[in-house]
Design a protein around this ligand. Structure first.
Ligand code: HEM
Length: 138
């Protein structure tokens, strides 16, 4: 009986090891990974003449902190987003689909630079996609 129980315990443990439940946050690289992804996006925005003008009056350290909070919370990390809604923060900026695509492309590049797996990249992009309607043509 003891042998039987030990066998079940071993099989269960082996099964757990084979299929780890890793959160999207972990797969983005957790705290350091999310920070590096956001820094990659900010760096790219700074060098992108098609969108940089939108951020002329933005408090960049605050924007960075809020993006980190938002990406962390969205991906299941231990953070709480403390910024305003996407609709409120983007209204009046005349953001077009081309601007949105540019920012998303910077995000993809930043995730690739951090060696985020393609499945995790797609999962994260799918979480951001519904924000399109709150950001563009507002
Ligand atoms: C899915 C795409 C996007 C996400 C997740 C996102 C996220 C955010 C967040 C979290 C904030 C801070 C909100 C706050 O101030 O409380 C913000 C602000 C801002 N976003 Fe976005 N954003 C997106 C797309 C864009 C695009 C495409 C542009 C323009 C090219 C843009 C321009 C801005 C600007 C200018 C601000 C700062 C507004 C201010 O200075 O008060 N965003 N965004």
């Amino acid at each position: 009986m003891v042998k039987y129980l030990l066998l079940i315990a071993t099989l269960t443990l082996t099964a757990c090891q084979q299929k780890p439940e890793t959160s999207l946050y972990q797969r983005l690289g957790a705290e350091t990974g999310v920070e590096k992804i956001v820094d990659g996006v900010l760096h790219a925005i700074e060098h992108d003449q098609s969108i940089v003008q939108h951020f002329a009056d933005t408090d960049i350290p605050r924007f960075r902190r809020l993006l980190i909070e938002q990406f962390c919370e969205l991906s299941g990390g231990p953070c709480t987003y403390t910024g305003v809604s996407m609709q409120e923060s983007h209204t009046g900026f005349q953001i077009t689909q081309a601007h949105f695509d540019a920012l998303v492309n910077h995000l993809i590049t930043a995730m690739q630079q951090q060696n985020v797996a393609i499945e995790a990249q797609n999962e994260f992009l799918a979480l951001l996609a519904p924000m399109y309607k709150d950001v563009v043509y507002r």
